[in-house]
Structures are given as structure tokens and as C-alpha cells.
Design a protein around this ligand. Structure first.
Ligand code: 5GP
Length: 175
């Protein structure tokens, strides 16, 4: 039998769009005169990144990184692995990491350390969503879209077992 989880809407597309607009204004203001390198964390951030960059009137470049994920579970194993590294040279660049969600902070803090070692001129973090009550490793988010309660969410790029990324709103997965 196919597993059919219950989905409850948490953040509608209008609210997401407002958060993306605000983040784009903040980023545009701070990166005037610069050529930032935006690094998206696959796969979850691709929908957010696609919406965000179309509002950024800056001479930006893009790259992607893919890290090991939870797979079909909802818990972070605590072990992070780079599955696909960044191809663009980072040294001396103004790097802005684009995350879908910061949960325990383990993945993001690993990624920031990995990038920092490559000596960017600056390194900042933009996250669409954050679950601060779940934090195990401190992470400072320079541009934050929305704070979420302690619920597992899907939609707008976020999956459960590779499903639901295509939903235009953000939903809580109910057991
Ligand atoms: P962290 O290392 O901060 O615990 O988790 C980061 C990664 O876990 C995110 O990039 C995302 O892939 C996944 N993740 C954490 N919380 C959620 C959630 O509520 N929903 C989904 N779909 N993924 C999550």
C-alpha cells in the first residue's frame, strides 16, 4: 500500500512570496557594487533560489553543492558528507549560501566550515526557513525568511522521501 501522509498547510504561497521579496531587497541593498557567488544547497533550495534570483538585479553567479541528506528518515544522523562539491573557485569571492531550512544546524555549520576553508572574501547565509527550537549547533543566519514551529515540513522544494517538492505552499507533515 502507498504511504499517504496527512498534510496540513502551514505557510501559504502569498506569505512565502512576501518573505522572498523582503530577502531579495535586503540582499540587493547589501551587495550593491559586488558580484556575489550564490551557492544553493541541493536539492531543497532550488525552488526558493529560482524565485529569489529573479528578483536580484545584481551581476551574480550561481553554483550548487549537494550534501548527504536524511534519506527517508526525518532525523539528522549527525554525519554530513559532500556528495557534489562547488565547482566555482571561491577564494576572494563574496559567497552567499542559499538554504531551504536550518534545523539542528549540523548541515549548515558543516557547509559554512567547508566553504570558509576555501578563503572567500565574505561568507553569509540566507535561509528561507528556520526551526530554532531544534538547534543543536549554533548557526547565525544573515538573511532569514520565516521561523517555523517544531514540525517536519514539505513543499516549495522541501521533500519527504523525495516527494512533495513541487507543492507551491509549505505544509506540515502530520503522523
Ligand atoms: P540540519 O542539519 O539543520 O538538521 O538539517 C538541514 C537539512 O535537513 C535541510 O537542508 C533539509 O534538507 C533537512 N530538513 C530539516 N528539517 C526539515 C524539514 O522539516 N523538512 C524537510 N523536508 N527537510 C528538513
Amino acid at each position: 500500500m502507498v504511504f499517504q501522509p496527512q498534510l496540513k498547510i502551514l505557510i501559504g504561497r502569498d506569505e512565502i512570496a512576501k518573505a522572498v521579496d523582503r530577502l531579495a531587497s535586503e540582499i540587493k541593498r547589501d551587495y550593491q557594487g559586488k558580484q556575489p557567488l550564490l551557492i544553493g544547497v541541493l536539492k531543497g533550495s532550488f525552488v526558493f533560489m529560482a524565485d529569489l534570483i529573479r528578483q536580484l538585479d545584481l551581476p551574480l553567479e550561481l553554483d550548487f553543492v549537494r550534501l548527504s541528506s536524511y534519506g527517508a528518515t526525518r532525523e539528522n544522523s549527525g554525519r554530513v558528507r559532500v556528495v557534489q562539491g562547488v565547482k566555482t573557485p571561491i577564494k576572494g569571492r563574496d559567497v552567499l549560501v542559499i538554504e531551504d531550512i536550518v534545523d539542528t544546524g549540523i548541515t549548515t555549520s558543516f557547509l559554512l566550515d567547508y566553504l570558509r576553508k576555501r578563503k572567500p572574501a565574505s561568507l553569509k547565509l540566507c535561509a528561507l526557513t528556520d526551526k530554532p527550537s531544534r538547534r543543536r549547533v549554533p548557526v547565525s543566519i544573515d538573511y532569514l525568511g520565516l521561523s517555523l514551529p517544531n514540525k517536519f515540513v514539505v513543499g516549495y522544494g522541501l521533500d519527504f522521501d523525495q516527494r512533495f517538492r513541487n507543492l507551491p505552499d509549505i505544509y506540515a507533515l502530520e503522523d
